[in-house]
Design a protein around this ligand. Structure first.
Ligand code: KG4
Ligand code: ZN
Length: 339
């Protein structure tokens, strides 16, 4: 079986073809960084227009690279949500038009389900249950993945998502969009001893997060110093350490509470090296296995959507698929709309 995956939920146009025998046959990714950079963040209308412009050529490209014709495809999987509604609709319309013309199923995929399956794209089989730390621009969640489409939310952020906190703190320090990777790079030049930022909500029970206070703490610290490059690096370093420590403390708690032996980390922030290293040593201490996506599948991509679609087909758990966008779509609601 062969599935074409289409991802257009935010500012990357991702397309890929995944085959159940041969794995990933081809993938193409177009980043809109250049489109949004001058605005310092994603402009939704520009994102939609750019997806519409780029999708046809990316689809042609992956078909050629995979040596396939459209007739070789068994299904088209697409991100139905959550995300920016106009951006989502550009992928949804393309997927449904293609699937209707080819008389094959169009499969709605939850963007975060795509992310949490990304560590298994490289060939290691998916084995439920596992614990997931989902960390992206819009999400910071601890999730118990019980089966495909069945996710229990254990902890969530009460305010900013961790990627959002990285992006806002980076902007404040004068770093270019997208801020997360830029802040992580600058943090490597910082002095880890100079500041100690709080580890929010770690002194009380539970698995929820809060990152907006940490961002304000960074702002206050920045306003109290000379704002040199070294000051920015020291703040980036202290901020990243606080985020990584906080996430690790909650992961340890979740591993102990659920007695899960497998931890998956997924979403854009899972590309962060400091976080990857910290969770690697946490899992060693706890006798658990850490499953990390390959760096190129941490941020948004079409491969994770094609793969999630293939699992839906294989397990006959297809999400009911009308051409409809779900801009806000809790992962825990997924089981209720599986057909
Ligand atoms: O999953 P993703 O590509 O898009 C969403 O679904 O949100 O995640 C993007 C987020 C952005 O906030 C970006 O700044 C952050 O992931 N990010 C990072 C790193 N790479 C991407 N944050 C920290 N360190 C990184 N290396
Ligand atoms: Zn994402």
């Amino acid at each position: 079986m062969r599935v074409l995956g289409i991802e257009t939920s935010c500012d990357e146009t991702g397309v890929a073809i995944y085959d159940d025998d041969h794995g990933l046959l081809a993938e193409a990714l177009h980043s809109q960084i250049a489109v949004h950079a001058e605005y310092g963040g994603v402009v939704p209308e520009l994102a939609s227009r750019d997806h519409v412009r780029k999708l046809p050529q990316l689809i042609r490209h992956v078909l050629e690279e995979a040596h396939c014709t459209p007739g070789d495809l068994d299904a088209i999987a697409y991100t139905a949500g959550p995300g920016l509604v106009g951006a989502l609709l550009s992928g949804i319309c393309t997927a449904h038009a293609l699937a209707d013309a080819l008389r094959i199923p169009a499969l709605a995929v939850h963007h975060m389900e795509g992310h949490l399956l990304a560590p298994f794209l490289a060939g290691e089989p998916v084995s439920f249950p596992f614990l997931v730390l989902l960390v992206s621009g819009g999400h910071t969640q601890l999730v118990l993945a019980q089966a495909l489409g069945q996710y229990e939310l254990l902890g969530d952020t009460l305010d900013d998502a961790v990627g959002e906190a990285f992006d806002k703190t980076a902007k404040m320090l004068g770093l270019p969009y997208p801020g997360g990777p830029a802040l992580a790079k600058l943090a490597a030049e910082g002095d880890p001893q100079r500041w100690r930022f709080p580890r929010p909500m770690t002194d009380r029970p539970g698995l929820d997060f809060s990152f907006s206070g940490l961002k304000t703490f960074a702002l206050n610290t920045w306003q109290r110093c000379e704002q040199s490059r070294q000051d920015a690096a020291d703040i980036a370093c202290a901020f990243q350490q606080a985020v990584v420590d906080t996430l690790a403390i909650k992961c340890r708690r979740a591993l102990q509470e659920t007695r899960c032996r497998d931890l998956v980390i997924a979403g854009g922030v899972s590309a962060n090296q400091a976080l990857r290293q910290r969770l690697e040593s946490l899992c060693q201490q706890q006798g658990a296995r850490l499953h990390l996506p390959h760096p190129r599948w941490c941020t948004d991509n079409g491969a994770m959507i094609a793969y999630a679609g293939l699992l839906q087909l294989q397990q006959q758990r297809q999400v009911q698929s009308q051409p409809k966008a779900f801009p806000r779509w809790p992962l825990s609601a997924l089981s209720t709309i599986h057909s």
